[in-house]
Design a protein around this ligand. Structure first.
Ligand SMILES: [Zn+2]
Length: 307
């Protein structure tokens, strides 16, 4: 999602607070396919807890995020944000555990021309295309504007992460008047998926609350994956578990990937992990798949562990 969540989601603060403890906490490696970097938002209340962020400076945000990654065994994080912030995170200890993404998500400035991204993909500075926030721009991901970017992703075989589903309540009245709920419907991806059968696409936020549409796309397009970011800590825990269970019951558990959508609250990484780990209906194998193996396969990591 994006930073305006700071203000608009504060009222949801108590909803995700109580979670049943899992019988056996997950202790294996984790890949977080959805993180953001950039300026801190001092004092911003965490939308899940109502508590002010633990990161009050840019340096804090970076250090505390890396600290949470180490604490939870996050062996790889896909981040997006300003280039300098992504480079700084790698330098500050993240190293190869940080993959930088092209963040096409600012509703207020023009998207960078695809050609500007070409060099960064070619030299490996960027390894992912995403998060793509077309919905915030009032753009349909299957429309013409996206084609040059997709051509580039195809050329370099770069995974593409597209924002789907929810945004902070009130978004069209705040940052992004062009935002529309319906543009986050996973069905909007279908024409693009038909045109680009080889693209590695994943749906950020697993299309919530479009459950039927998410099932339909994942079922029909076996290359498509989905991340569980933000819904695993911002929406009510029971609602997240119902949604997750429905996708797993539908046979789609091997296409789901863990993500936190860490924005300006490093502690949200822990909350996101707890959101998945407290899902008592998941077997240890299913948890391992969601926390690590599905992403390792999707991202084509060289080794299973990545450590
Ligand atoms: Zn998003």
């Amino acid at each position: 999602m994006r930073l305006p969540a700071v203000l608009f989601l504060a009222s949801l603060s108590l909803l995700a607070a109580s979670a049943p403890a899992a019988a056996q906490p997950y202790s294996g490696p984790i890949i977080d396919v959805h993180m953001h970097v950039g300026p801190a938002a001092p004092g911003a209340p965490n939308p899940a807890t109502g508590q002010p962020t633990t990161a009050n400076t840019d340096a804090d945000r970076e250090r505390l995020t890396l600290e949470r990654m180490r604490r939870h065994g996050i062996v790889l994080g896909l981040v997006s944000g300003p280039d300098a912030a992504m480079a700084s995170m790698r330098k500050a200890g993240g190293g190869d555990r940080i993959w930088a993404g092209a963040f096409l998500d600012d509703g207020r400035t023009p998207l960078p021309p695809a050609e500007v991204l070409r060099e960064a993909f070619a030299n490996g500075d960027l390894k992912v295309m995403g998060e793509i926030g077309a919905q915030y721009h009032g753009l349909d991901p299957s429309d013409e504007w996206f084609e040059p970017y997709l051509a580039l992703a195809e050329e370099f075989d770069i995974p593409v992460g597209i924002h789907t589903g929810l945004a902070p309540p009130g978004t069209p009245y705040g940052c992004c008047p062009d935002f529309s709920v319906s543009l986050g419907n996973p069905l909007r991806l279908e024409p693009m998926l038909k045109r680009h059968p080889k693209l590695r696409v994943w749906m950020a936020h697993a299309g919530w609350p479009y459950l039927e549409e998410t099932k339909a796309i994942l079922y029909m397009y076996p290359q498509v994956h989905a991340d569980l970011s933000v819904i695993n800590w911002i929406i009510p825990r029971q609602e997240f578990h119902d949604y997750l269970q429905a996708l797993v019951t539908a046979g789609l558990g091997d296409r789901l990937m863990f993500g936190s959508d860490q924005m300006v609250w490093p502690e949200s990484i822990t909350l996101a992990i707890e959101g998945v780990d407290s899902a008592v209906f998941l077997t240890p194998e299913q948890k391992r798949a969601i926390f690590h193996d599905n992403a390792a396969r999707f991202l084509r990591l060289e080794t299973a562990e990545g450590r």
